[in-house]
Design a protein around this ligand. Sequence first.
Ligand code: OOG
Ligand code: NI
Length: 463
Amino acid sequence: MSHPSFVCPDLIRQRFSKAMSDMYREEVPLYGALMELVEKTNRHVLDSDSQIARQLDSTGEIQRLDLERHGAIRVGTAQELATLARLFAVMGMQPVGYYDLTPAGVPVHSTAFRAVHEGALQVSPFRVFTSLLRLELIEDSRLRAFAQSVLDKRSIFTPSALKLIERAEAQGGLGEQDAQDFVEQALETFRWHHNATVTAGQYQQLSAQHRLIADVVAFKGPHINHLTPRTLDIDIVQAQMPEHGITPKAVIEGPPRRQCPILLRQTSFKALDEPVAFADQGDTPGSHSARFGEIEQRGAALTAKGRALYDRLLNAARDELQDFPNEANAARYNALMTQHFSEFPDTLEGMRQQELAYFRYFVTEKGLSANGLCDASLEDLLRDGHVRMEPLVYEDFLPVSAAGIFQSNLGDAAQTHYGVHSNRQAFETALGRPTVDELGLYAETEQRSIGDCYLALGIAINK
Ligand code: OOG
Ligand code: NI
């Protein structure tokens, strides 16, 4: 039992997510413009589609929609990653999933820090996609040693943040004043730094190896590189971005548009060129681009079987395209995706019957007033309208999409091929703990909702 005067970690996360959004809005005004466009679109969808409005209302998602966002950061060393895991743990966030981006030519592997229980996600679904640079992929051993020495010298956490993390671990939580200080101090880690820690020449060398390496190594800390609001209709936002002075990437990543959205669809606008001061250049501004904007639309979480089908159809469409999606082939890519995904059932019932997605079940009024249900199966309850279902929201990320988002910001010139294999074990060693299996979390949430229905209807759970 945690101490009664401790602030609930979910509330610390909620406050932190708001503080991060306020900071980013101030630093990157285009993020504010994107937020406004997303809010307007969401209002339009809710006003014009009563079914979506009803669905979001019944799952409670309507209350978290405006709070919902994810961010992304990139770190350079095992120690930075392990300390971040401790910092996020203070806010009730655990590393969920392992994403290897090297097959797509991006020298990082990643996880997403997020809340794991549906109750906690409801308070704040804030997630941070966190990548660890794989320095071992720098071929030039002198440059590798240089990068390592620069990273070893920096400390990305304030002394007070470290103290508060230790206190939270020792006490099992933080009181009100400590929680406020923690949010303020933790925010410092993610702030943009105008001053680079390397000279212009060193920056060029790192950047020539891979632009991402320069982004991680040349600065004081892992600046948040985007914050992504959740939209209810990504195609509308993509189409309207240019009118709002925002240029989107060529294609929307993830599955095509469907009646029943699945997984995650994402689009972004290109990273901005921003002035920075290199260590040897005094006031002569250099420039660096890292920060961009992104929006996402979330759909149903898929089971392992559903995910395998998704991966197969995505690969088939991409194989047929024979190229990375880009401006020139965008229309063909979209057509191929729609064509291949026609094989994926596009009704909730179809997805449930084929066990492609996870669901949450709710007792209906009719169920509550019915008698003699003690022998009913879930099938019976659904058929007779005693229970209804909504898909579980996908709370995670997609490696192919993430690589597409990275690439669109690095420029096509950055397409490198690495011969190495994914190394979850090395990542988890760096992290200091295993990553959580996301499918297990969805399965538990689904089971809990079935258990709640049985309880409400007086059905023995182990029948
Ligand atoms: C992360 C890119 C991936 C997503 O939403 O898939 C990502 C990064 O650029 O650091 O944010
Ligand atoms: Ni993102």
